[in-house]
Write a protein that binds this ligand. Structure first.
Ligand SMILES: [Zn+2]
Length: 169
């Protein structure tokens, strides 16, 4: 018996990884977690000089998602791509240190970032938009189970209390 195979392009996603909503629960530079202390990853990316961002998913994924950003002067880098997104979202000026990212809930998408010369590309989680406190609360209400991983980061009453004037263009 042969399996049916459908050729086409309409159903193909641009990304191998599905968008998700998640809360940044760790952002450390330098980071001294076990993953970072091991040094370079399988792609040869050195994690010792990276900002290590850990995202606890509220949708799609079960496990924490990780991103490593090496500080860079060029837009053609994961660092550049991430900062450009923060700027587009309108919160870049509010991010003075890695800790300012912690507790924020974004929708994330995976994009391919060209790095350096040649055609080397790496995939990177970058924020699409910042969720409001109400949206985060709705996500919590509409998902089954607890979120012990992020409970301590869930928005309190002063989360984005200035969102109207600060977080929208
Ligand atoms: Zn780390």
């Amino acid at each position: 018996m042969s399996k049916k195979l459908t050729f086409g392009v309409d159903d193909l996603s641009d990304s191998a990884r599905e968008n998700f909503v998640g809360t940044i629960v760790e952002a450390n530079y330098p980071c001294e977690c076990d993953m970072c202390l091991k040094g370079a990853d399988s792609l040869g990316e050195d994690r010792k000089d990276s900002l290590h961002i850990q995202i606890s998913p509220l949708s799609v994924y079960e496990k924490r998602q990780h991103e490593w950003l090496v500080p860079s002067k060029t837009k053609l880098s994961k660092w550049g791509a991430f900062n450009i997104r923060l700027d587009e979202i309108g919160i870049l000026k509010k991010i003075k240190s890695p800790k300012d990212l912690v507790g924020k809930t974004f929708e994330f998408e995976s994009i391919e970032v060209s790095v350096g010369f040649g055609d080397k590309k790496v995939s990177c989680w970058v924020p699409v938009r910042l969720l409001s406190k109400k949206e985060v609360d709705d996500f919590i209400d509409n998902t089954d189970g607890d979120h012990p991983d992020i409970d301590e980061y869930l928005p309190d009453d002063d989360y984005y209390d200035d969102e109207d004037e600060e977080y929208e263009d």
